[in-house]
Design a protein around this ligand. Structure first.
Ligand SMILES: Cc1cc2nc3c(=O)[nH]c(=O)nc-3n(C[C@H](O)[C@H](O)[C@H](O)COP(=O)(O)OP(=O)(O)OC[C@H]3O[C@@H](n4cnc5c(N)ncnc54)[C@H](O)[C@@H]3O)c2cc1C
Length: 557
């Protein structure tokens, strides 16, 4: 019997879901996918650092799960009859974070990585039980910092924040030591001659010390990419794993396509940084972007899609099959491509801006935000149409809308009809030649300072809702002219492509481009990176899944 009191201190009393006991009928269904074997006391079934580890169900005997650290081992849990090993790495094929050792001899069912994937793809009931257990186990490992990484960083270092975000959003557990709180560690780093500019330091799998590593270096050290074959020609490469890329991966892989995702950072994209998405269908109480992303990523993996943590740096558009080049020079061939690289919202250069994103600072003005700040004062920053629309919309419910614009007039940047509405509104107060210089607050934005750039006069206002509507830059610079772009560098697709665009691109086919297809046959663009897109999670998901039906058509051509 597993005794949780001997292992990891669980944050939830949800024991049955984390370590469920399978019924004899469920166990016999698992047996059909693998084989039974005997195990002996002391036998190590999984070693920490092993890749593509097998899945074990204990029939008789006992298997302990341990976290090795140097010469010491910490007990995570013990699996008894009816219980099973594994957590999310089981699907991704990434390295095991723990060791599994037999403590009482008996029999187990063993499934290799492929057999495990086939089980979760074909047995809906077991898929639900195993997936839930794997996710909750990973949550517990993260909460307890049970991982193969120690990060030594500083609260004041941007790189530390980047790495913590990268590990957190990739769902990778780690231990963190803050130099500001632990001066002894600073002395240790000094004696190893680690300079301030080399902080943070990351100790990877107790073996390799990385100084201020890039995301790619961390991914390489943790072996995120090593189980993935980068040599064969794929049906589809998806570049970017925000909501649109993840949706395409789930639909593509579940419909039998050989799908590879490329992601420079972590699954979820911009949506992954949203603390609560309130307007996504099916989640009436909202869902955090991180949770939505990890569920979707796991779903894509369940259907057999793979992900490389890597930046696509070039598309060679003349060769067929197409070749996508990664930042490290690796080239991967594919029959079709889906570009889902999104856009970067332009941010204000304020030190603590990110602290209030989602808690007072917003990049979109929907009914949700309007409700949040109904009857209160709000600020809209920006002089373009999106800022004008937001100001007019928010003026219907807010007590007062301050519209801050850096230039000395709206005429050059905003449609006339919006300017008229702003001018005739008694709720909107327009402040030209004005910029925000600081924001303050504890858990939520509380005050904003702005300065008139002509007079230099600074004002403090106790306002807790700031809408930054200064536009977005699409992540298309790396495409280097391969596909037609609009005047703001977003990708043109389907009916938006003019005859001139197609002839300039040398469109070779008698048919017109499919909806969401770019000026390059078989190369699609979806989500925020696409010209005229709606810039919402739901529309990105819709476009990603829709594009897959056209990918099938191209593959049949
Ligand atoms: C703070 C915030 C809150 C939001 N809240 C909401 C909300 O509540 N509701 C809503 O509907 N919408 C919301 N949005 C908008 C929504 O998040 C976006 O519309 C949506 O994420 C777009 O999805 P996407 O897949 O097109 O692109 P993105 O989410 O932008 O994802 C693009 C991905 O591509 C990757 N990438 C970029 N270049 C490369 C490259 N060269 N190689 C490999 N990978 C690359 C990026 O790292 C990123 O992960 C919010 C946006 C923000 C910023």
């Amino acid at each position: 019997m597993s005794d949780l009191r001997r292992g990891l201190p669980l944050t939830k009393s949800n024991r049955e879901k984390i370590f469920p006991k399978l019924t004899p009928v469920q166990i016999s269904r698992i047996e059909l996918h693998g084989h039974i074997r005997s195990v002996q006391s002391g036998e190590v079934l999984i070693e920490q650092g092993d890749r593509s580890v097998p899945f074990f169900v204990v029939i008789t005997g006992e298997v302990e799960i341990l976290r090795p650290l140097g010469d010491r081992e910490t007990l995570v849990t013990v699996h008894g009859p009816g219980e099973f090993t594994g957590e999310v790495n089981m699907l991704s094929g990434r390295r095991s974070l723990v060791r599994a050792r037999v403590t009482k001899p008996g029999k187990v069912i063993e499934l290799d990585h492929q057999q495990m994937l086939s089980l979760v793809q074909t047995d809906a009931e077991l898929s639900g039980i195993l997936m839930t257990a794997f996710i909750l186990r990973r949550v517990e490992l993260i909460a307890a910092g049970v991982g193969d990484i120690v990060l030594v960083g500083s609260t004041y270092s941007a790189s530390t924040l980047r790495i913590r975000e990268f590990l957190m959003r990739n769902g990778h557990p780690y231990s963190y030591i803050d130099l500001e709180r632990d001066p002894d560690v600073q002395n240790l780093l000094d004696s190893f001659r680690v300079s301030a500019s080399e902080v943070p330091v990351l100790i990877c799998r107790g073996q390799i010390v990385l100084r201020d590593p890039s995301n790619q270096e961390i991914a390489d050290c943790l072996g995120f990419n090593e189980s993935i074959d980068q040599t064969h020609v794929r049906d589809l490469i998806i570049i970017g794993t925000g909501p649109s890329g993840l949706a395409a991966a789930v639909y593509g892989a579940s419909e039998g396509l050989d799908v590879l995702m490329l992601e420079t950072s972590s699954p979820g994209g911009q949506a992954g940084s949203s603390s609560r998405i309130e307007n996504y269908l099916g989640f009436p109480t909202g869902i955090s972007g991180q949770e939505l992303a990890s569920r979707a990523y796991l779903q894509a993996q369940k259907f057999g899609a793979h992900m490389l943590v890597a930046r696509a740096s070039r598309l060679s558009c003349d060769s067929k099959p197409y070749v996508v080049e990664l930042e490290n020079g690796t080239q991967i061939s594919t029959r079709t491509i889906l570009i889902a690289t999104g856009a970067q919202y332009r941010k204000l250069p304020l030190e603590n801006l990110s602290r209030f994103e989602g808690t007072g600072i917003y990049y979109g003005a929907t009914f949700v935000e309007a409700q949040l700040c109904g009857g209160e004062e709000v600020i809209v920053v920006g002089g373009g149409n999106s800022a004008g629309q937001a100001a007019v919309f928010l003026a219907q419910t807010a007590k007062r809308v301050y519209m801050l614009v850096r230039s000395n007039s709206l005429a050059a940047s905003m449609s006339r009809y919006l300017i008229r509405r702003i001018e005739s509104s008694t709720t909107i107060i327009l402040r030209l030649q004005t910029e925000i210089v600081a924001v303050e607050g504890k858990d939520h934005l509380e005050s904003v300072y702005w300065r008139n750039t002509q007079t230099g006069q600074t004002e403090k206002h106790e306002i807790s809702h700031l809408f930054i509507m200064t536009g977005a830059d699409p992540n298309t610079h790396w495409l280097d002219g391969c596909v037609a772009l609009d005047d703001k560098s977003f990708i043109k697709t389907g009916p938006d492509l003019s005859a001139d665009n197609l002839s300039a691109a040398g469109w070779p086919l008698t048919r017109q481009p499919y909806l969401l297809e770019t000026s390059l046959p078989g190369v699609f663009a979806v989500g925020d990176v696409r010209g005229g897109s709606i810039k919402r999670v739901a529309s990105a998901v819709g476009e990603g899944s829709t594009a897959i039906s056209f990918v099938h058509k191209v593959l049949e051509e």
